[in-house]
Design a protein around this ligand. Structure first.
Ligand code: PMT
Length: 221
């Protein structure tokens, strides 16, 4: 039988996109399908963890044995994560969270007018992974970094700035990986180390990333 290095550990992760409402029928979102996060939830369960999956709107089935919490906006996702984070050993932020949301959500459908241009004012959303990493009793916190250029530079910057224990950098400039693809490749960094996980199916990659996370977690505890 395979080793189950996450046995006895509680692991929470975020997955999918968020939706930021403009009015009752429109929103701002992104191309995250949830596939990477759901693959991580499945693999974490298989490696023995008790898994809570906080998911934005996606069309995927809940992995067997995983507790799922559905959310829509970044603020909802933040609130769901903070409500359950106290008892977690490991937190992985795989969701593609909107950095900004419309400042005002219109209570009725916005009407087309004579004007050719329209301005929507946006306001910053809470940074979920940074909120988790700033807790006094923070879990082992893993972020993702979706970048289209200077992947390593921006990933190392996020690792430091957000006080993370590990970051998985995703080059999302190619269509064979990242958003909505069945495959991905990750460059993983932690203080004092790094490891490249080459292009593979998201299930295989999820298991490899969690094996790295488990190893690093047990090195520190
Ligand atoms: O869902 P798939 O189609 O399978 O695609 C997978 C993926 C490409 C979405 C995934 O692998 C990935 O890279 N997720 C992170 C995407 C992202 O938003 O990256 P970022 O560089 O903008 O954010 C950095 C980190 O901060 C991420 O861990 C993100 O979850 C987190 N974050 C960002 C903003 C915010 N308000 N709160 C956050 O927690």
């Amino acid at each position: 039988p395979k080793a189950r290095p996450l046995t006895g550990l509680k692991l929470m992760l975020t997955a999918g996109p968020t939706r930021e409402a403009l009015d009752p029928v429109r929103y701002i979102s992104n191309h995250s399908s949830g596939k990477m996060g759901f693959a991580l939830a499945t693999a974490a369960r298989a490696l023995g963890a008790e898994v809570t999956l906080v998911s934005g709107p996606v069309t995927l089935a809940t992995p067997t044995g995983v507790r799922r919490v559905n959310v829509e906006s970044a603020q909802d996702m933040h609130d769901a994560v903070m409500a359950g984070i106290g008892e977690q050993h490991i937190f992985i932020a795989c969701a593609a969270v909107a950095d900004y949301a419309p400042k005002v959500v219109a209570s009725h459908k916005i009407k087309k007018t004579q004007a050719d241009n329209m301005v929507v004012e946006l306001t910053k959303n809470p940074d979920i992974v940074a909120s988790v990493a700033s807790l006094q009793h923070k879990p082992f916190t893993v972020g993702f970094a979706a970048e289209t250029r200077d992947v390593e530079k921006y990933a190392l910057d996020k690792l430091k700035r957000k006080n993370l224990d590990m970051i998985a950098a995703n080059d999302v400039s190619g269509s064979d990986r990242g958003f909505n693809s069945d495959q991905n490749a990750l460059s993983v960094f932690w203080p004092g180390g790094q490891h490249h996980l080459p292009l593979a199916g998201k299930a295989e990659l999820a298991e490899q990333l969690l094996t790295l996370i488990a190893k690093r977690y047990h090195d520190l505890h």
